[in-house]
Design a protein around this ligand. Structure first.
Ligand code: FES
Ligand SMILES: [Fe+2]
Length: 344
């Protein structure tokens, strides 16, 4: 199967809390990779294969910041360099080294650069600012999902699916009645919905801590190569909130970053950043559990969709108006893929 993701991009390799002293094995963009932290907490990302006979290094034994292969004992330092051969008296050969990857921790995630190492520029890391902004609280979880990461982007850029997929939780018929606006800006795509003067749904009424009509917004933003952040919230009618500026009420960002594992499987990093009740750790935990339940509902649909796509190779996906955000996001991905091909 051919790769369906652009290279020369930063992808989320893991949550900050997932990566520790012991190796974490994770396939990212088709490459088996091992991640762990040094004593100074910086993160190591290395090809997960011993340069000798290719046993996964993640099965190895940590010795300080180094790792010793569990098969014949080759010792590799945290920069991927062999420092001791299986026969200790042997001189270390030049080929006893492992590919390493640039990693930067930002916005609570470890970002890994997939592509030409010399082009890794941290200023290109997707700007998921609500995850690390003072005055905001952010937490979430991780699911492996057996589907093409682009199906998840389609899903998140089209919230009309909430009505049916999440009928028991966050779905609201009004989502099918509100017109939406789709626009692109460079490598970003926006789908905006503005719902003025509506009754706040229970979650937002509680967050706002008052009754009465509200203006509600939902702005889905695709951030290349594979993140979607959704600006959601409500403000009391008359508070002056607009689709362009809305800090008057309560606001959250649903954060989603999808990292391709293989062409038909993905890593899904999800969470919620919010600017209300930011010190309420119980709320954070309850909301995380609730959000995890909602995304499980998507997981069932997306994995069934992937299986159906594979069982129906003679049929193709069709796009309606509701798909305009996903269609444009895929156009950005296709363009980035062509650009990297032309560089290579
Ligand atoms: S396979 Fe790792 S030392 Fe032999
Ligand atoms: Fe969903």
């Amino acid at each position: 199967m051919t790769a369906n993701w652009p290279i020369n991009q930063w992808y989320v390799a893991g949550w900050d809390f997932e990566i520790d002293r012991m190796p974490l094995a994770r396939t990212i963009c088709g490459q088996p990779i091992m991640l762990y932290r040094r004593f100074n907490r910086s993160i190591v990302a290395m090809r997960d294969a011993c340069p000798h006979r290719l046993l996964p290094l993640s099965m190895g034994i940590k010795e300080g910041d180094n790792i010793r292969c569990r098969y014949h004992g080759l010792l590799i330092d945290s920069h991927g360099q062999g420092i001791e051969m299986p026969l200790k008296s042997d001189k270390v050969v030049r080929t006893a080294c492992v590919q390493t990857y640039a990693v930067v921790e930002r916005h609570r995630f470890a970002w890994i650069w997939i592509g030409e190492a010399e082009r890794a520029d941290p200023s290109l890391i997707p700007d998921l600012w609500p995850c690390s902004e003072p005055g905001w609280t952010f937490d979430g979880g991780y699911y492996p999902i057996a589907c093409d990461y682009r199906l998840m982007i389609d899903n998140l850029m089209d919230l009309t699916h909430e009505t049916h997929v999440h009928a028991g939780s966050i779905g609201q018929p009004e989502l099918l009645e509100t017109p939406m606006e789709t626009m692109s800006e460079g490598n970003q795509v926006f789908v905006k919905r503005w719902m003025p003067g509506i009754d706040a749904p229970p979650f937002w009424r509680n967050a706002l801590k008052q009754d009465g009509p509200v203006d509600r917004w939902q702005i889905c933003q695709f951030v290349a190569p594979s993140s979607v952040i959704i600006d959601v919230g409500v403000a009391p009618v008359g508070a002056g909130a607009t689709i362009a500026r809305h800090d008057q009420g309560v606001r959250g960002f649903v954060i989603d970053s999808m990292t391709p594992e293989t062409p038909t499987t993905s890593h899904y990093f999800w969470g919620m950043a919010r600017d209300f009740d930011t010190r309420d750790a119980g709320f954070t935990a309850r909301f995380k559990a609730q959000q995890g339940g909602v995304f499980q509902e998507d997981l069932v649909i997306l994995e069934a969709q992937q299986r159906s796509i594979e069982r129906n190779p003679d049929l193709r996906l069709r796009s309606y108006n509701i798909d305009s955000g996903g269609v444009r996001a895929r156009m950005v991905i296709d363009r980035l893929m062509k650009e990297t091909v032309s560089i290579a």
